[in-house]
Ligand binder design. Structure first.
Ligand SMILES: NC(=O)C1=CN([C@@H]2O[C@H](COP(=O)(O)OP(=O)(O)OC[C@H]3O[C@@H](n4cnc5c(N)ncnc54)[C@H](OP(=O)(O)O)[C@@H]3O)[C@@H](O)[C@H]2O)C=CC1
Ligand SMILES: CC(=O)[C@@H](O)[C@H](O)COP(=O)(O)O
Ligand SMILES: [Mn+2]
Length: 384
């Protein structure tokens, strides 16, 4: 039996991870849970899975959880980012990192340093600190198995050949809810419109990233680190149906694609059971429902966030860290209706210009730059 820590257990990926654990029956035991502030959901998860260790955002959340657990058996409950890191460091076979944002850096490192399998949904940790995390994984021999649907697809497509035989890693993008919008239309979109993803039901931050296409930019950098892929060989292709999750083209011109329904339980399950494939009862792809699968080049004029992210990835050093930090603040400000949709990439670009990021010598420098970029972007967005 495998033991697993689920970081971000109350979120979109976290709750689906627990569905997969349930469906796998006795094969996996949840021994650690981490959530932020949704104590109603967390309390039910604690009662159901009986973890030995839990962490929550702060003391207020811990008090609320304890009240909700009165009468039930209680795990040890930690708090804050220290608690999150301690949960990733707690001995388990697998760590599912499904918290949002650069907060995921420390737990990713803790997991790979102790050679746990890192089932990685949190893409921001690789964007900001990918070299450090992948280097630590190489040093310990830890497996990093992508949960992000495109990277899970690439990972599966790569069993067909050697890494040095890959000519292109092709990341598909839905294009988001505004795929066909003009620049003028994009200036007036509302939060509720941006939160309506055409295919996937996800947390708010990644849903906005999909709408700006920043998500695909983050995924280009994620692919660069996961597969040691040069940026020249990573291509983004708009595929509105989100059925082909990504593709790998080999030197001989053969293209391997992974297709499936839009259901994150599949990549989660794959990351938990790899190298085994297990039959679980999720709906299957019904080809007869799709009379066409379409593909197009992305438009970086209308979606400048994609261009900014790719440029930051190519620049390397601290640029992706600054870009990611500014984007997290910009998305939060958009969700709070403090800035317009089209100001998200503007704030990212302005922060990159202001910070003039250089090289990253240490993880401490990355974390310091993350804080600095956030402070700057916050001041601009909120005018404080
Ligand atoms: N959703 C998806 O389909 C996909 C997501 N991803 C990536 O996976 C990650 C998670 O995404 P998603 O599940 O959609 O996000 P959600 O916003 O749905 O979930 C985020 C989780 O993080 C928890 N959290 C918030 N604050 C803290 C804190 N201070 N300490 C500890 N935990 C905290 C939340 O807890 P609470 O709710 O209790 O406050 C919640 O459990 C992101 O990096 C995203 O880009 C990648 C591919 C697909
Ligand atoms: C489910 C998943 O992996 C998301 O990253 C999804 O792919 C977002 O869709 P976009 O292609 O619109 O960014
Ligand atoms: Mn994805």
């Amino acid at each position: 039996m495998k033991t697993v820590a689920v970081l971000g257990s109350t979120g979109a990926i976290g709750t689906r991870t627990l569905e997969v654990v349930d469906a796998l029956g006795g094969e996996v035991r949840v021994s650690v849970l981490v959530a932020g502030r949704n104590m109603s959901v967390l309390a039910e998860q604690v009662k159901r899975f009986q973890p030995e260790l839990v962490s929550v955002a702060d003391e207020a959340a811990r008090d609320e959880l304890m009240l909700k657990l009165s009468g039930a058996s209680k795990p040890e409950v930690l708090v804050g980012d220290e608690g999150l890191a301690a949960c990733a460091a707690h001995p388990t076979d697998v760590v599912v990192n499904a918290v949002m944002g650069a907060r995921g850096i420390r737990p990713a490192l803790e997991a790979v340093r102790r050679k746990a399998r890192l089932a990685l949904a949190n893409k921001e940790c690789l964007v900001a600190a990918g070299s450090f995390i992948m280097e630590a994984a190489r040093a310990s021999g830890a497996e990093v198995i992508p949960v992000d649907s495109e990277h899970c697809a690439l990972f599966q497509c790569m069993v067909a050949g050697r890494p040095d035989e890959v000519e292109r890693w092709i990341l598909t993008a839905s294009g988001g809810p505004f795929r066909t919008f003009s620049k003028e239309q994009l200036e007036h979109v509302m939060v509720a419109d941006a939160l309506r993803h055409p295919n996937w039901s996800m947390g708010q931050k990644i849903t906005i990233d999909s709408a700006t296409m920043m998500n695909k930019g983050l995924e280009v950098i994620e692919a660069h680190h996961l597969f040691n892929a040069p940026y020249d060989k990573i291509k983004v292709l708009v595929h509105p149906e989100s059925i082909v999750h990504s593709m790998v083209e080999y030197a001989d011109g053969s293209v391997m694609a992974q297709l499936a329904t839009h259901d994150m339980r599949l990549p989660i399950q794959y990351a938990l059971t790899y190298p085994e494939r297990v039959k679980l009862p999720w709906p299957r792809l019904d080809f007869a429902q799709y009379n066409q699968l379409s593909f197009a080049e992305p438009d970086m004029e209308r979606f400048p966030a994609l261009r900014l992210a790719i440029e930051a990835g190519r620049a390397g050093g601290l640029a992706p860290c600054v870009m990611n930090a500014a984007n997290e603040i910009a998305v939060e400000a958009f969700l709070q209706e403090k800035i317009a949709f089209t100001q998200i990439p503007e704030l990212v670009e302005g922060t990159l210009e202001a910070m003039a990021p250089g090289t990253a010598q240490s993880l401490e420098e990355v974390l310091a730059m993350d804080r600095q970029a956030r402070d700057y972007a916050r001041r601009v967005a909120y005018g404080a």
